[in-house]
Design a binder for this molecule. Sequence first.
Ligand code: DHE
Length: 497
Amino acid sequence: MMKKFLYGGISAVGLLLAFEAAADQSVEKNYADFCAACHGAERLGGAGTALLPENLARLRRPDAFKTIAEGRNASQMPSFADKLAKEEIQALVDFIYKPLPEVPAWGANEINASHQQHVPSGSLPDKPVFSADPLNLFVVVELGDHHATILDGDKFEPIYRFKTRFALHGGPKFSPGGRFVYFASRDGWISKFDIYNLKVVAEIRAGINTRNLAVSGDGKTVLVGNYLPHSLVLLSAEDLSLIKMIPVVGQDGKSSRVSAVYQAEPRGSFVAALKDAKEVWEIPYGGEDFNVRRIATDDYLDDFFFDQAYRHMIGAARDGKKGLVIDLNSGRKVAVLDLPGMPHLGSGITWEYQGKPVMATPNLKEPVVSVIDMTTWNTIKQIKTLGGGFFMRSHENSPYAWTDGFNSTDNRDVMHIIDKRTLELVKVLRPIPGKTAAHVEFTRDGKYVLISIWEDDGALLIYDATTLEEVKRLPMKKPSGKYNVYNKIMRSAGTSH
Ligand code: DHE
């Protein structure tokens, strides 16, 4: 028989349960106070990722502790060491590795039920309702209040501003002619916007926690890669109706998040990298089967991009120091790249240097831009900068490549200008001293450069790409990425595709 100890009338067992309940309550309160705004009240993700054991397979508990205490490099995750005691952080770590009693299903039924066709397909005029050059428009994502602005790229005047879904991330993707643009929000909503008619025409929720989307080169299909559930979702680009959901399971039988998906038009396929399986999947989009070709890789790939011919994919693991080059024809690794501080790989750009194609990317954790010869895959130069950078952009008509210091501690307000002919840093701009400057995109003709001042009361600054002088300033709410229709649909070597 269990011996009972009484403390002021409460048994030891009762006291223990009361302690546990209080601890649970305080961890839940801490989660609600410090984590839920980004990671979701139910840990299913929001502006931040889903925090469930099935999504934390690659993060060891001590690293989770470190992340909460110190923040996560190259993300919006701040440090909490000054707000939470070590025991509280440890309790949060234990909390996020506890399985949820039930993870909500997000299969075909839920996806279909979320589908909203606001405007019947084909019912709107196929001429723009504005006079600006439809190929020199910019879509500017304003994260500050979850809006997007359609901007005239000649006059630098906003044409239309509209509310988007919560927390868009990654580049919106255009239909082949540039009339439609597709957005993905971190919480799974895919929206199709008719630029000519300035209307959201269809929406669907393809996942609970989504990575990004790609639109096929023939404009017929959209592929969405998810963190939660572990799935790829194929949609009709016409009305966003569901074609097929593909559960993502590696050769080892374990399910995996999707790191990123892109379309490779010259190959007629989508390519997806998996986050928890050392595999890349290629999915031809021409037929109706969408069968998966699996390519085994040496490491996990957290993101990737292609050479201009789409023969090679260049990927990197978030925790690695190396990039991998995979020949998509043979399915084999052909080179290992020296990338000292992990790129946010969508940042890579290419150009011709001394008759050879080169790729360049900033590194998030090191203040250098790596320039790599794409014929030998050797590093030609590491150009020193004032801080780790997120994004890099150029244009075929400009001798300069621009990169930020967004991931540095002291130089988030700088913009570096590199001469592509000499690989020298030729100028450092501080557009607004003390204010974060990030993400650049050129106009269609390469004559102007648009920069974000990444602050709630931020701005879009327009620079002359030759004189490097500011010519115009437009107030905006934390503008993040901006995307030029022409440069994107023509797959300019100076920008992301
Ligand atoms: Fe991004 C693109 C991954 C954090 C702003 N980011 C991408 C893409 C990937 C990616 C795979 C390419 C998708 C595409 O364009 O289709 N980003 C990641 C991360 O793994 C990382 C480091 C952690 C995470 O939170 O997921 C990360 N990214 C951020 C941010 O913290 C940024 C600065 C603010 C935000 O929105 O959360 C940010 N990412 C961007 C932007 C692009 C992007 C603006 C599009 C760049 C482009 O020009 O195409």
